[in-house]
Design a protein around this ligand. Structure first.
Ligand code: ZN
Length: 318
């Protein structure tokens, strides 16, 4: 009888301990699971917000570039209106002047980054255009004459990039043999691009840059000739190094482009990149370059246009 009572008491105690254990495990699980779930929800929300921020940023850049286009159009209309010498009242003139000031201030204080691709088109151009299209940014293509690639030139223009000249042949002995051959080559690339795309190109990059040491012609003469033709030439102030013999890794290219821009000191960065079939790392680096630049404050990626201050290694006194 006594033994029975002992057993009952033991059973009861065993049950209490079991319940207690269950309660402790439940509390422990709740303490573990709830914060985990909350963290996951927070992470998802952060990711979502990040995406939204990125697309807002892109939309903003798009709007700015659209405003630029609009302003350019307005300016062209104003120019043609003034050429027709229409008499306008003083009040209207005042309004126009004020409007012009407002529009030209749209990008004041912004750092402009121009991504420029030399030596194309190539087997990589479509891939480069796909990346640019994905991020909704425009670049500049300093191209050579490559019959058979008409559709690529046309795609460059259709997607809003700046089509610019980099000589027809890119053959130093041919382009820089003498002044006549420089002029012939320039005519050839300009008329070829006009024929293929309907665009009259007004931007030029010298093969090897304006400070090249291979030209048989004095570079000053070439520069003056371009000026007389109303063509603006661009060198670069950021070199991706992608033309380095032996090639650079994706990370090296990204670093060479992003570091000088992040360091600041200029309001215009013209980045030298290459569009040739063997420069695969350039294509791979491009999306990282664009994302890092997009993340910088007050910095926008723009194609070369009349609002971009030319970056030139050699300038000729007026
Ligand atoms: Zn080149």
């Amino acid at each position: 009888m006594q033994k029975d009572e002992h057993t009952k008491a033991d059973e009861k105690r065993g049950l209490r301990i079991k319940r207690l254990k269950k309660a402790i495990i439940s509390v422990f699980l709740v303490l573990l699971i709830v914060p985990t779930i909350l963290s996951i929800i927070a992470l998802v929300q952060i990711h979502h917000l990040n995406q939204q921020l990125k697309s807002t940023n892109q939309a903003l850049q798009l709007v700015t570039s659209k405003l630029n286009d609009l302003y350019r159009e307005m300016e062209m209309q104003e120019e043609s209106a003034s050429e027709e010498s229409v008499s306008v009242s003083t009040e209207a003139n005042y309004d126009e002047a004020e409007e012009t000031v407002v529009m030209s201030n749209v990008n004041e204080g912004m750092v402009r980054v121009c991504l420029t691709f030399d030596d194309g088109p190539s087997a990589n151009t479509d891939a480069i255009l796909d990346v640019l299209d994905y991020y909704g940014v425009q670049a500049t293509f300093f191209v050579n004459g490559k019959p058979g690639m008409e559709e690529v030139y046309q795609r460059i223009v259709a997607e809003g990039h700046t089509l610019a000249m980099h000589s027809y042949s890119h053959d130093y002995s041919d382009v820089y043999g003498d002044m006549d051959s420089f002029i012939d080559d320039l005519d050839e690339i300009q008329s070829y691009l006009y024929e293929v795309t309907g665009v009259e190109c007004n931007y030029y990059r010298f093969p090897g840059g304006s400070s090249n040491t291979v030209s048989q012609v004095e570079m000053e003469r070439c520069i003056r000739y371009l000026e007389a033709c109303g063509i603006t030439y661009f060198d670069w102030n950021v070199d991706s190094g992608d033309a380095t013999s032996g090639g650079l890794t994706v990370n090296e290219i990204v670093d060479r482009v992003v570091s000088p821009i992040a360091a600041g000191g200029s309001d215009t960065y013209v980045v030298l990149l290459h569009d040739t079939a063997d420069k695969v790392t350039t294509v791979e680096a491009l999306s990282v370059i664009i994302e890092e630049i997009m993340d910088m404050e007050n910095t926008m990626i723009v194609p070369i246009n009349e609002y971009v201050t030319p970056v030139q290694h050699v300038t000729v006194a007026e």
